[in-house]
Design a protein around this ligand. Sequence first.
Ligand code: UDP
Length: 240
Amino acid sequence: MEKLKLLYEGKAKKIYETAEQDIYLVEYKDDATAFNGLKKGTIVDKGIINNKMSAMMFTYLQKNGVANHFVEIISDREQIVRRLKMIPLEIVVRNIVAGSLAKRVGKEEGYALTSPVLELYYKNDSLGDPLVNDTHALALGWATADQLKTMKQMAIRVNELMIELAAKAGIDLVDFKLEFGLCDGQVFLGDEISPDTCRFWDKATGKKLDKDRFRRDLGQVEEAYSEVYKRLREVIASES
Ligand code: UDP
């Protein structure tokens, strides 16, 4: 599969057209940004880990009935995906208080939520991805009621599957962000699932194994990304 026109270059990925109209090629980069683009850097070989980890997670989710855009991995940094018309919302699922929620509700990071929290953010860089709710999404035409319902059901299912997988790998799934899009009128999970978009904490030590190591200058960023991927891969391999 050949890369044709570069359609979009984001912070962590490039999206290319291919000869097939309904298929895009995603190239994962090593670039990392945080705090709405204010902090910039590179994480050596992050693109390789995130490409492999997303491919593995999307495959696992497909096997467990969660429709997503993944088609196949074609190289270290490239994967083929189904073309989606993206819904301009991010769904964040949280099991443990961290990051922006800690600030918003005045709780310590690490506070275990009694049930998962779902949040919606409007995907808009110049506005800094503001927190919104269902009525904004409906009234502004970002998604229909049916689409929102499906996205939330899928997000809850992804959370259940990933909590279980992570637990077997000795990892707490703190929170994560998902993006969705439409193909032939059906809602598909898109974007990526990686330590860039999830918070993972080692169960035994509480060590952060995700992008917070970059955001907060904690060091051992590459090692943490590889460690999460390796541990999850071993669990998945042992099950199949
Ligand atoms: N997240 C993301 N992209 C964003 C914002 C958040 O992938 O643009 C992820 C983030 O990595 C974390 C979860 O969503 O796993 C919740 O992030 P939070 O709202 O706490 O924001 P942060 O403090 O990470 O900016």
